[in-house]
Design a protein around this ligand. Structure first.
Ligand SMILES: CC(C)(COP(=O)(O)OP(=O)(O)OC[C@H]1O[C@@H](n2cnc3c(N)ncnc32)[C@H](O)[C@@H]1OP(=O)(O)O)[C@@H](O)C(=O)NCCC(=O)NCCS
Length: 198
């Protein structure tokens, strides 16, 4: 398939919030649905809680086709609050969902690095270079800010994404194993990968 002509911008405009939530939910449905249940309310909470300034959006023309969610310092893409979750789902499920999102987005990001908390491309646009171009845009942003490395985590069953990261210069630095969740969430380890910048 031909390479998509895209532009990457830091900060997704408010008008694309729902679309960003849809692309993210669709990309991570395999992980989110067993954890959180019915798609609609979860997708709504995801969209409403996104810190859009922490995303690089990939556009073909006016259309959002993918995004890289960033973690810089103490701020990252996933900003959903307990209030968002409780309003949508009631107190018990809302609290559980808030905690589950915390685990989903959890992870450290040292001050001299940027962490990619999510990389997602619209399913119809995959395999055309959008993900690679988003990664290049993260490298450029990190170099402009004189950061030393870009880091991310990928689960053991996501072989395609791992190949992409290796092709883009990431190397595995650590493996976190959770064998007990394989039957439930479909993976049993997360691999932390890092790319050092020049
Ligand atoms: C991973 C993902 C962001 C890649 O985006 P993309 O635009 O297809 O990436 P590119 O076209 O630049 O690169 C394609 C590479 O990604 C990999 N890949 C992973 N899943 C793929 C998919 N469903 N379709 C096509 N390629 C995929 C392939 O290894 C491919 O490598 P190749 O070009 O050497 O054949 C996209 O497939 C996606 O959104 N997947 C679901 C969410 C996800 O798994 N995110 C990563 C979590 S760590």
């Amino acid at each position: 398939m031909s390479q998509a002509l895209i532009s990457c911008v830091l900060g997704i405009p408010e008008q694309d919030r729902q679309e960003a939530g849809r692309i993210l939910y669709a990309a991570f449905q395999r992980k989110l649905q067993p954890l959180l249940g019915a798609p609609e309310p979860v997708q709504r909470i995801l969209a409403v809680g996104l810190n859009l300034d922490m995303a690089l959006g990939a556009y073909t023309g006016e259309r959002l086709v993918g995004l890289a969610g960033l973690h810089l310092g103490s701020r990252h893409l996933f900003g959903m609050t307990l209030r968002h979750c409780v309003t949508e789902l009631g107190p018990l499920r809302g609290l559980y969902t808030r905690v589950a999102f915390e685990l989903f987005g959890a992870g450290r990001c040292p001050p001299d690095q940027v962490r990619i908390v999510a990389l997602a491309v619209d399913a119809a646009q995959r395999g055309r270079g959008v993900g690679s171009q988003l990664l290049e845009a993260v490298f450029t942003l990190a170099e402009e800010r004189r950061l030393q490395a870009v880091r991310l985590e990928v689960v053991d069953t996501n072989v395609g994404a791992r190949q992409l990261y290796e092709r883009m210069g990431f190397v595995p630095v650590r493996t976190y194993r959770f064998p007990f969740i394989r039957g439930w969430l479909g993976y049993s380890a997360a691999i932390e990968m890092r790319k050092m910048l020049p």
